[in-house]
Ligand binder design. Sequence first.
Ligand SMILES: Cc1cc2nc3c(=O)[nH]c(=O)nc-3n(C[C@H](O)[C@H](O)[C@H](O)COP(=O)(O)OP(=O)(O)OC[C@H]3O[C@@H](n4cnc5c(N)ncnc54)[C@H](O)[C@@H]3O)c2cc1C
Length: 375
Amino acid sequence: MDKTNITIIGAGICGLATSFILSQKYKDIFVVEQRDSFGRETSSRNSEVIHAGIYYPKNSLKANLCIKGKTLLYDLCKKHNIPHQQLGKILVACDNAEEKTIEGIQRNAAENGVNNLRFLKKGELDTLEPDIKAQKALLCPDTGIVDSHKLMHFFSEKSKNNNVEFAYSIKVINITKKDSEYEITVKEPSGELFSFKTNIIINAGGFYADEIASMAGIDIEKNKYKIHYSKGQYFRISHPKKFKINHLIYPPPSTTDLGIHITPDLAGGLRLGPDAAFVDTIDYAINEQDKEKFATSVSRFLKDLSIDDLVPDTCGIRAKLQAPTENFRDFVVTHEKDKGLEGFINLLGIESPGLTSCLAIAEMIKDLLQPFDNH
Ligand SMILES: Cc1cc2nc3c(=O)[nH]c(=O)nc-3n(C[C@H](O)[C@H](O)[C@H](O)COP(=O)(O)OP(=O)(O)OC[C@H]3O[C@@H](n4cnc5c(N)ncnc54)[C@H](O)[C@@H]3O)c2cc1C
């Protein structure tokens, strides 16, 4: 292959959703992935929650893409029988300060146009969730769970049916702009290098997206594009039938993460997590010593939880633009034409709610590419 029209770097949920949407309109799409299959990084290491869009600042991309994305995702899952369940979520407050926080979340949700949150009446929490204790509880009906692997498989199969080509175990190592096109150099598993040309690049490289942007000549520090890694571990309840949990149960969020929550999964399991800690390297090992922290944190709202109920589960790494000392940073989904990179679309900082937003992100990319339609 000497040349392709569109190259998508990364076969996580964002790259796959983008290839699914774009392949309904464009021909000649190539997806390059360094791992041996799709979804080997963050997209298979998350809570699999379809978020409602209640936390993020009004008019941010995180709010808008999450709210649009959840509807697109529920519709797609229903239409194509992708396993999912709209369980709803309950935010619990265990003291006065937390009560104020969840009241603020209800106001923020309303500002974002999510108006269906309501505080549970006295006794209602006991009926809905007999194993949960809280001073006050806020119900968010839109939240759900999805089988992210089946979703990625669906995107991959549909894309292949639309003639998208996938190349696995191939790492992009260099990008050079040549007139109105790009030359991409990749490294094959044998170590051999291979180059091809492309008109359009979509950088969906997850926590390596800053490196890929830098290959194209973008100054990462100047543009505040550096990706920071925040590790999130999960513990699983070894015998989930001990508890009857019907909703997702969340504490109030912190400024960096959503708090260690209880997520029922589609297989009937119960996961606790993720926690959050900034790290320098990608390492998926779980620190068993953190079991106590998880048990203490979740015992505040889950009755009769003992440390012995927990076993280590998985771990994921958030790709955050927000540095440890910074406040909120939004997703970056942008066409880098102002940097002289016509046809280069960057996705950066696609942490949560990236899974929920994947179809809305893909639709946004389709809109960004519209000016190229007459090329
Ligand atoms: C702990 C945790 C919990 C989360 N929970 C939720 C949730 O419940 N709901 C929700 O909506 N979101 C959640 N998220 C966020 C969500 O998982 C991410 O937003 C989403 O998976 C990001 O997908 P992606 O395709 O951008 O990145 P990734 O899945 O990381 O995919 C990027 C791909 O690019 C490839 N790549 C990188 N560099 C190169 C290169 N040079 N050459 C070739 N390939 C390359 C990588 O190998 C990788 O496969 C969570 C995230 C974490 C970490």
